[in-house]
Design a protein around this ligand. Structure first.
Ligand code: SAM
Length: 314
């Protein structure tokens, strides 16, 4: 179970929110947060700008941005998709949130920087260790190996590829609301010769058939959601799951002492890039899971800062 520790003190949260409401201060915090990530990746031996340039050009030194991206985008994007308002806000220091090539090509290097030291003194391997610790918890608790899996909020596929490595015989679908991210996921899967289905859709309203998955995985998405969307995704997960199927949610652990003891200036930087963090920390996930038709979940801390919530269909 998650260790119980006090959530972030209300006064600190209030002061931070007041500061971030001042636009110039918000912009400075956002800029600082990004610089911190770029610097951290350098200390990990990751060439942020070099890796991003390689992905943008797809290894073709003649063009800084491969024209194949636009072709892939046109093939994968659903032009009729309605983006919920909450998704159109600035995120992660990008004014267009997840809806740009810049965000899509930087998210992998950013994940290495953010997840360094998530589990132990593991630096650049922190991201892989974090995903492994999540799957270890899931594998230990699941009664049978899932054959059909959907990864809601799959991003550029990092969580989907990790699922594929853990469950190599499963048929896996990745769903994301950013067509830029899904295009990058599809390209990376081709590079890795992986057969995964990719879908540009909102996790709260997918066109996937009901009762078609053994496991719904939602990895590092919930902290990016307002509560209305978080609850709607629980309901969609319930619809997608077969009888006895499982929903697994891995994300920041609101009860981690690290957040409770976080210095206010770091909290300010964090919140400048994560607009729904307060709503995530305040969400009563156990209650909402039960309301959506799940049994009482198993909650396990899988890193110093993350937890896995595993709930079976009722
Ligand atoms: C922090 S990323 C995590 C990506 C991936 N699961 C991973 O572990 O690397 C959160 C992802 O959730 C996606 N997302 C946020 N809200 C969504 C929604 N309502 N429907 C589908 N995807 C969503 C974002 O576009 C983004 O790719």
């Amino acid at each position: 179970m998650t260790p119980s520790a006090p959530p972030i003190p209300r006064l600190a949260t209030h002061v931070v929110n007041q500061l971030l409401a001042i636009k110039p201060l918000f912009n400075v915090a956002k800029h600082q947060a990004r610089q911190m990530m770029v610097k951290r990746s350098a200390t990990l031996g990751i060439d942020w700008y070099g890796e991003v340039a390689k992905l943008k050009s797809r290894g073709n030194e003649q063009s800084a941005f491969s024209p194949d991206w636009d072709k892939d985008f046109a093939a994968i994007a659903n032009p009729n998709l309605h983006y919920p308002d909450y998704y159109l806000r600035p995120f992660h220091a990008y004014d267009q949130g997840n809806l740009s090539w810049q965000a899509a090509t930087e998210v992998e290097v950013a994940a290495y920087a953010v997840h360094a030291w998530a589990c132990a003194e593991d630096g650049a391997k922190g991201d892989a260790h974090l995903r492994q610790s999540y799957h270890d918890v899931v594998c230990k608790a699941l009664p049978t190996t899932p054959q059909t899996i959907v990864d809601l909020g799959c991003g550029v596929g990092m969580s989907t590829f990790a699922l594929q490595a853990t469950f190599p015989d499963a048929e896996i679908t990745g769903v994301d609301l950013s067509p830029y991210f899904v295009a990058v996921a599809q390209y990376q899967a081709q590079q890795k010769h992986l057969n995964i289905h990719w879908l540009h859709a909102a996790a709260e309203e997918t066109p996937l058939p009901r009762a078609s998955f053994d496991l719904v995985s939602v990895c590092l998405v919930y902290h990016e959601l307002p509560q209305t969307a978080a609850i709607a995704i629980l309901q969609e997960a319930r619809r997608l799951l077969k009888p006895n199927g499982h929903l697994a949610i891995m994300d920041m652990n609101p009860h981690s002492e690290i957040y409770a003891k976080m210095p206010p200036y770091i909290l300010t930087l964090l919140k400048s890039t994560e607009p729904y963090l307060d709503q995530y920390f305040a969400l009563d996930l156990v209650k909402e899971l039960k309301s959506a038709g799940f049994k009482t979940p198993l909650i396990t801390a899988n890193s110093l800062r993350h937890r896995t919530v595993l709930a079976q269909v009722h």
